[in-house]
Design a protein around this ligand. Structure first.
Ligand SMILES: Cc1cc2nc3c(=O)[nH]c(=O)nc-3n(C[C@H](O)[C@H](O)[C@H](O)COP(=O)(O)O)c2cc1C
Length: 442
């Protein structure tokens, strides 16, 4: 893939975009949100999720130290922002997702967590602390689920983040259940008192596996408990939700304000819509490939994400589906899938995503006209949130930096800091990416 010169500063803001759009407590309510997912929560996946109704998106966990020395680089053509390490991008985002983007940190140190959050603060709307990852690489360093049994440290990180972040940047936490409900409530009380804006509860304990049913029935008491504390913050359910329709069931059972989806979104990032796409071989994969190439998303990451896609076939035949799947499996670069993509019209696909997301932005978020950047100006304003309807008419606004007709550039993630082993949905196929890690998720 061709490379182009990168500018170290963002493309100029148009007056239209010189606004502050920020989250409030309400932004975490009445929503169906994309879970943090290492590898699978790549930038194109987050964008498709937003296009199809995810109300917020969490980025994949990034360990605090990993981002500290990254160089922030903006692609002058697409506007993609990459935080590049020595040999690869650590984390990648695009300004269009910023009003909905929660950056998740893996940390066991308040100072490092604050430094990490400060590093990316201009590109995000909120910071989330991962307190649920049970994998040894996380827990051995005191991060992830290890924080569940070290509430002093857990709360000191949240307190430090809340103190250090400007008020318009939300601070949230994602935990797992503790084996005892009583201990869980005690922990929740401490966490909520740190001043967080929302709490996600993955309704499994640290020792439970994904295949174990999430214990969502335990959540109602937690939701009521937080309400009883007089806090107006959202409790977000996580675990076993299949999509927008299923989220209604989950909210009814749990009383949760919102629902977070991981694996169902990994299988179909359009599951946030009340009418998720079917026949993914025709309706999602070609477009995903085009957008990924346009944004210069790394090929192996793109291939991995597509390998996880799974959806019902309505009009596609088994043979058609197989042709697309096999083409992706065999391909070693974007060029190898030209046959199934057709024209490389990724710029148009991306513009359509931007159009839909920006049509939401103007409606759902408080906007305060200002000449200054969100990172240095912290006004308070109210906003309402609602389940996004994405098919909103609206004029496409060219995103910053997309006007330059240069060829696609570099700067996309080359691999994640941490990986996991999710069996490929294409049954019988080998995983498409190297170095899978143990099959445990946060
Ligand atoms: C591919 C993958 C990667 C994940 N990475 C993270 C992560 O970075 N941070 C985190 O808090 N949880 C992570 N998780 C856990 C999910 O966010 C979620 O808590 C879990 O999968 C349960 O939700 P589900 O039943 O909807 O899948 C990951 C899960 C998957 C499937």
């Amino acid at each position: 893939m061709s490379r182009r010169t990168h500018s170290a500063s963002p493309p100029p803001r148009s007056p239209k975009r010189a606004k502050i759009e920020h989250l409030t407590l309400d932004s975490f309510k009445n929503g169906v949100v994309l879970a943090p997912m290492v590898r699978s929560g790549a930038l194109p996946t987050r964008l498709f999720a937003l296009k199809h109704g995810a109300t917020l998106v969490w980025g994949p966990e990034t360990v605090d130290k990993a981002i500290l020395h990254a160089e922030r680089v903006v692609d002058p053509v697409t506007g993609v922002v990459s935080y590049n390490g020595k040999s690869r991008a650590i984390w990648t985002t695009h300004p269009v997702e910023k009003p909905y983007l929660i950056y998740q940190i893996g940390s066991a140190d308040p100072e490092l967590a604050v430094q990490a959050a400060k590093t990316v603060v201009n590109d995000i709307s909120g910071v989330d602390l991962n307190c649920g990852c049970p994998k040894p690489f996380s827990t051995h360093a005191g991060m992830g689920a290890a924080l569940l049994t070290n509430p002093d440290l857990l709360c000191s990180i949240l307190t430090a983040l809340r103190e250090a972040m400007p008020p318009h940047i939300t601070v949230t936490a994602k935990i797992r259940l503790l084996p005892s409900q009583e201990d869980t409530l005690k922990l929740v009380e401490r966490i909520v008192n740190t001043g967080i804006s929302a709490l996600t509860v993955h309704c499994r304990t640290r020792n439970m596996r994904d295949r174990d049913r999430a214990m969502i029935e335990r959540l109602r008491q937690i939701v009521d408990f937080v309400k009883g504390m007089g806090k107006d913050i959202a409790v977000i359910e996580n675990g076993d939700c299949l999509g927008a329709e299923d989220a209604k069931r989950v909210r009814e059972v749990t009383g949760a304000h919102s629902v977070m989806i991981a694996r169902a979104a990994e299988a179909n990032p359009t599951c946030f819509s009340s009418t998720p796409l079917v026949d993914l071989d025709k309706n999602l994969i070609p477009s995903y490939l085009r957008v990924a190439r346009h944004l210069d998303n790394h090929w192996s990451l793109t291939k991995f994400c597509i390998s996880q896609f799974k959806g019902p076939s309505v009009n596609s035949t088994k043979a058609e589906e197989k042709r697309v799947r096999e083409a992706v499996i065999k391909a070693r670069s974007f060029e190898d899938v030209t046959d199934i993509v057709g024209e490389w019209t990724g710029e148009q696909d991306f513009k359509e995503i931007v159009r839909v997301i920006e049509a939401r932005t103007s409606r759902e978020h408080s906007e305060v006209s200002t000449e200054t950047d969100a990172s240095v100006d912290c006004p308070s304003a109210s906003s309402s949130s609602s389940q996004a309807e994405t098919e909103v008419a609206g004029e496409y606004i060219t995103p910053e930096g997309t006007q330059n007709p240069e060829p696609p550039g570099s700067g996309a993630p080359l691999a994640s800091e941490v990986t996991r082993d999710i069996p490929a949905v294409i049954s019988g196929e080998l995983p498409l990416t190297p170095t899978p890690a143990p099959a445990l998720t946060a």
